[in-house]
Design a protein around this ligand. Structure first.
Ligand code: NAP
Length: 289
């Protein structure tokens, strides 16, 4: 029987409804949730991402502001801008669009965000709390992939979860979430030998390598849950020069073996966007309490 598809748009809609209810309660209590995004320079992709953030924040009642700094901003100036937002009691959430233009140090900028306002969960303190199994903002994509798994209702404890990828924003926090939920976790990366030997032993497989169609049916054991985090643009075969988005998983063949599967697009992606809003409202709830 083909896999049940995990509907990321429906999961995202449920998260947004919950966020809207909580944001309204905060506003009524005179403590509105707010998010300031810092963008250094005028990268068109970041500007377009910011415009879509502004729209989705407005739709759930979160105040959103883009603080755009000139391309020539120095590291001390950028750090000072973050410090000012950290001190501002009316700002409850902060994020920095990365990568910042060279020679700025994007890592240092993100680490400067006060952990309690770090809605992307990229601060070392947030990742440390997650590693310790404590409540903390979780990087949005990892949280979204985990929410897709949870939406299946399948018990996680005791299952063997395999995560392909070990980045600080996806693979590592995802492995920590799974461990905290009592899964047995294997983490794979480019130095892993015989990837398929590991993935075939997975009850739950997360593909977050960023390699189009890396995972085929030979990587999957029948009945596995497969969450495809990859978002890769590849050229259309019609020679038009246009591209399409594909995941790390060969959808058509894996669908015949897996029990649950996320599509790309329409799987983890929409949930990631909603998770930023959820992290923002959660930061506002904690703020000043
Ligand atoms: P990344 O920083 O490039 O990390 C990729 C990870 O995958 C690395 O740990 C790398 O191993 C591993 N890897 C790469 N090729 C591999 C292979 N052939 N076999 C085994 N492991 C391999 O990427 P990321 O930021 O974690 O993102 C991962 C994917 O998620 C990308 O496709 C990205 O576009 C997507 N993404 C999706 C969303 C969403 O909302 N759906 C959001 C963010 C990112 P090494 O550590 O050894 O290099």
């Amino acid at each position: 029987m083909p896999a049940t598809l995990i509907d990321g748009k429906a999961i995202a809609a449920a998260i947004r409804d919950d966020v809207a209810r909580r944001a309204a309660a905060l506003k009524a209590a005179g403590r509105p949730a707010s998010l300031v995004a810092i963008l250094i320079g005028d990268d068109p992709a970041a500007l377009s991402y910011s415009a879509s953030q502004a729209k989705s924040a407005a739709a759930v009642g979160i105040d959103y502001r883009l603080d755009q700094l000139p391309a020539g901003t120095t590291q001390p100036q950028a750090l000072a801008a973050i410090d000012q937002l950290n001190r501002d009691r009316h700002i409850t959430g902060i994020m920095v669009h990365v990568p910042a233009p060279k020679p700025l140090d994007s890592f240092a900028l993100q680490q400067r965000i006060a952990p309690e306002k770090d809605v992307e969960g990229v601060n070392a303190a947030c990742l440390g709390l997650l590693a310790l199994g404590r409540d903390a903002p979780v990087p949005c994509t990892a949280a979204a992939a985990f929410a897709c798994l949870k939406s299946t209702g399948v018990e996680i404890a005791g299952k063997h979860a395999v995560v392909i990828g070990r980045s600080a924003i996806v693979g590592k926090p995802l492995a920590m979430l799974l461990l905290n939920a009592n899964a047995t976790v294997t983490q794979c990366h480019t130095k892993t030998r015989d990837l398929a030997a590991h993935t075939r032993r997975a009850d739950i497989l997360f593909a977050a390598a960023g390699v189009p169609h890396l995972i085929g049916h030979e990587h999957i054991s029948p009945g596995a849950i497969v969450i495809d985090v990859g978002t890769n643009r590849i050229p259309l075969e019609d020679g038009s020069g246009k591209t399409k988005m594909v995941g790390d998983v060969q959808f058509d063949s894996v669908k015949e073996l897996a029990s649950f599967l996320t599509p790309v697009p329409g799987g983890v992606g929409p949930v990631t966007v909603a998770t930023l809003l959820a992290n923002t409202v959660a930061a506002a709830e904690r703020h000043g309490v």
